[in-house]
Design a protein around this ligand. Structure first.
Ligand SMILES: Nc1ncnc2c1ncn2[C@@H]1O[C@H](COP(=O)(O)OP(=O)(O)OP(=O)(O)O)[C@@H](O)[C@H]1O
Ligand SMILES: [Mg+2]
Length: 242
């Protein structure tokens, strides 16, 4: 599970409050969607959760491990897909995956089994010996996803993971997110694709200008509006009024 307690973060010497007093809890067995307009603070919060940025205030715990005080233990709990897949592009696909597996101490036999399954599912086996810099955007996205899932982490943290994926890979990822949640683990992801959020999420939060303006189940957001509107309509209304 993932606990975010009273987290705030400002940029530019306090002039831009990117994340403002955010409290969220993502339970085991849950797919949690994080929605919000461009510049709302999603990536900033995700960078705080994953320990890339330090919060000005507040606490983040991943399966009970505090990202600030127990960074290594906390990081062993999650796999992370950042919003930009241009990482380690001068490695080949297989070098990159072995590098990740080494860091996460995945035993040789387990890594080979898991690599085979993931590479088959995302249809990337043939590109393994090529440099990542020669990959298409979608292929880079896939190798980063495979790397994040390779250690079989209990918590998945994904920043706009469907970007650039073709329909089949996007379907596979959604299927795997459901399997992960159904096995009692946690998925937290940001997205702009409201159809995906509506279909796959157990709960969502909407953030605008650094503040969470709604958090709850799909039924709760419908109840809130007391009308049978699409998530798109509700999102537009919520983020306009703020
Ligand atoms: N390094 C930085 N320095 C200064 N301001 C920043 C920095 N990174 C982000 N910001 C500001 O913080 C705010 C939140 O940005 P963030 O990247 O978290 O938004 P986001 O919700 O992920 O947006 P998007 O949907 O476009 O990915 C924006 O106002 C942005 O301009
Ligand atoms: Mg972002």
């Amino acid at each position: 599970m993932l606990e975010i307690i009273g987290v705030s973060k400002s940029y530019s010497h306090g002039t831009v409050k990117a994340v403002n007093q955010v409290d969220l809890a993502v339970k085991n067995g849950e797919i949690f969607g994080f929605l919000g307009p461009n510049g709302a603070g999603k990536t900033t919060l995700i960078k705080i959760i994953t320990g890339i940025l330090n919060a000005d205030e507040g606490t983040v715990k991943i399966n009970g491990q505090d990202i600030r005080t127990n960074p290594i233990e906390a990081k062993m709990q999650f796999g992370f897909v950042p919003d930009d897949p241009n990482m380690f592009t001068r490695l080949t696909g297989i070098e990159y995956l072995n590098f990740i597996a080494d860091i996460y101490l995945v035993p040789r036999e387990t890594r080979q089994q898991r690599m085979k399954i993931l590479l088959d599912r995302f249809e990337l086996t043939n590109a393994l010996n090529d440099l990542i810099q020669s990959y298409s955007h979608g292929m880079k996205q896939k190798i980063v996803i495979i790397g994040a899932l390779l250690p079989n982490p209990p918590v998945w943290i994904l920043d706009e993971p469907m970007t650039g994926l073709d329909p089949r890979s996007s379907f596979v990822l959604k299927e795997m997110m459901r399997e992960q949640a159904d096995s009692g683990q946690t998925v937290f992801f940001s997205t702009h694709i409201l159809d995906v959020a509506e279909k796959v999420c157990d709960r969502i939060a909407i953030i605008n200008k650094g503040k969470v303006i709604f958090s709850g189940t799909m039924e709760e957001i419908h109840e809130h509006f007391k009308e049978n509107k699409s998530l798109e309509k509700m999102f537009l209304e919520l983020t306009e009024n703020e």
